[in-house]
Ligand binder design. Structure first.
Ligand code: F6P
Length: 341
């Protein structure tokens, strides 16, 4: 078979492990020809391809980013986009497509599958907010990076008797903040799912100072206070209509400083969470997803996504996985709240 593969949306540690697994299994077990599309859906729209043979995937397992490149190109936001995608796949003789992405990339895949393209999706996002899978690869690595930052910030914060606010990624879902904050012993964790009470945040910080230590506040970039909107955006939007977030950490730090009368600083982890080498968990999960995607293609499946359920890799309908985001449930946030203050 001739199988097309692409990586779309924000990059994520583990993408190369999926690509390697698809190429290795496809070639070794099925004599497939794997065609890489450069920069996500842009490569499909423009027919920009690269042959993915065994040589192309040598040594890429531990590498962060994606050897195929990525973009936030949305074929459904481009004049004649879906027709151009169909024509491109036809011209290149692609029998099946394996898109690796999050809600946006796989949302496009869902529509293409409905239009008759043979598609098997692979879930990817450091945010872990894709539905129908327990975990996406990249999340564990991002949490590890954020946790290490929190560990380091504890000692410098305590030495200077100041609050440190750590802004982590998470546009709609607070999974990174929740897990990194819990693992790192944060004194307050703020997530988009639960608009926060500024007075309560200040009281937690004050309590921490009163106990002789300095507070660490972990905040998702998409978190908002109950009254008003503290986050700052540039107003700039990507092809899928998402505004560029950022600024909640700095805004919160100045508010905490003003209200506690003690210095507060903000640290924005940003793309550090997305770069670099994947954790062992992510390498294994990404590899298993890649192997399972090839199996699904050869079983004649389409319109499905490979997913993690417990320790098993299963197949779920793409339409179900992309219908809504997987948000942090109230009971998971309540577990973290026990440690606030
Ligand atoms: O979707 C993954 C993600 O890392 C989000 O957490 C974040 O809001 C967004 O990507 C940032 O995207 P970009 O790098 O395109 O600004």
């Amino acid at each position: 078979m001739r199988i097309g593969i692409l990586t779309g949306g924000g990059d994520c540690p583990g993408l190369n492990a999926v690509i390697r697994a698809v190429v290795r299994k496809g070639i070794a077990e099925h004599d497939d020809e794997i065609i890489g599309f450069r920069d996500g859906w842009r490569g499909v729209l423009e027919g920009d391809t690269v042959p993915m043979d065994l040589h192309a995937v040598r040594g890429i397992l531990p590498r962060g980013g994606t050897v195929l490149g990525t973009s936030r190109t949305n074929p459904y936001g481009v004049e004649g986009g879906p027709d151009r995608v169909m024509a491109s796949l036809e011209r290149l003789g692609i029998d099946a497509l394996i898109p690796i992405g999050g809600e946006d990339t796989l949302g496009v895949a869902t529509k293409l599958a409905e239009a008759g393209v043979r598609v098997v999706g692979v879930p990817k996002t450091i945010d872990n907010d894709l539905d129908s899978t327990d975990y996406t690869f990249g999340f564990d690595t991002a949490v590890g990076v954020a946790m290490e930052a929190i560990d380091r910030l504890h000692t410098t914060g305590d030495s200077h008797h100041r609050t440190l606010v750590v802004e982590v990624m998470g546009r709609h879902a607070g999974w990174i903040a929740l897990h990194a904050g819990m693992a790192g012993g944060a004194n307050v964790i703020l997530i988009p799912e639960n608009p926060f009470d500024v007075d309560a945040v200040v009281a937690h910080c004050q309590h921490r100072f009163d106990s002789g230590y300095s507070p660490i506040v972990v905040v998702s970039e998409g978190a908002k206070p109950k009254n008003g909107d503290l986050s700052l955006t540039t107003g700039e939007k990507d092809a899928f209509g998402h505004v560029r977030l950022g600024g909640i950490g700095a805004a919160l730090a100045s508010l905490i400083e003003e209200r506690t009368g003690r210095e507060a600083r903000a640290v924005v982890l940003g793309h550090i969470q997305r770069g670099g080498t994947p954790s062992p968990f992510d390498r294994v999960l990404a590899t298993r997803f890649g192997l399972a995607a090839v199996d699904a293609v050869h079983d004649g499946q389409s319109g499905v996504m490979v997913a993690l359920r417990g320790t098993d890799i299963v197949r779920v309908p793409l339409s179900a996985a992309t219908a809504q985001l997987k948000l942090v449930p109230a009971e998971r946030y309540a577990e973290a709240e026990v440690f606030f203050g």
